[in-house]
Design a protein around this ligand. Sequence first.
Ligand SMILES: CC(C)(COP(=O)(O)OP(=O)(O)OC[C@H]1O[C@@H](n2cnc3c(N)ncnc32)[C@H](O)[C@@H]1OP(=O)(O)O)[C@@H](O)C(=O)NCCC(=O)NCCS
Length: 140
Amino acid sequence: MKVTEVKVRPYHSNDEQQVIELWHQCNLVVPWNDPKRDIELKLKFQPHMFLVGAKDDLIVASIMVGYEGHRGWINYLAVLPNYQRQGIGWLMMNAAEAELKKLGCPKVNLQVRSSNKSVIAFYEKIGFTDSNVISMGKCL
Ligand SMILES: CC(C)(COP(=O)(O)OP(=O)(O)OC[C@H]1O[C@@H](n2cnc3c(N)ncnc32)[C@H](O)[C@@H]1OP(=O)(O)O)[C@@H](O)C(=O)NCCC(=O)NCCS
């Protein structure tokens, strides 16, 4: 498959089932995140920056992008296992960065779970570096 066969576009409500299945296949669904609720919440803030990669009617990739006026953030980057290592992850990140640049965002950050260190090679390949910070969180 050629990466040019994948069209990057904003998420539509009828993509929900395929996107949640994609996240399950990519091990991105964890007990403390309800994917359906995460989608509903994202659709209230910068919904045009929740992108999917579609090959015809099949959703093969997703990326959730946001900008809060200081940094851009990436979440839920996923490519269906059978479609990985064909340039689609890079394509999705390029589309995300383009959206952030349009808003004047100077820097993009992302978090990698410590159980998912193998993905670091991908981010390094596309220009990310370790920011040497400790990421902390608190549920509200
Ligand atoms: C991370 C992910 C989105 C990458 O998508 P992808 O479509 O496979 O990435 P690309 O094909 O665009 O990769 C671009 C380059 O990154 C590097 N790369 C990608 N995956 C890699 C891996 N697992 N190990 C080492 N290098 C990797 C390669 O150099 C690759 O180029 P090459 O195939 O020509 O060598 C995909 O592996 C994925 O969905 N993983 C599961 C979900 C996940 O962990 N998401 C990130 C959460 S932080």
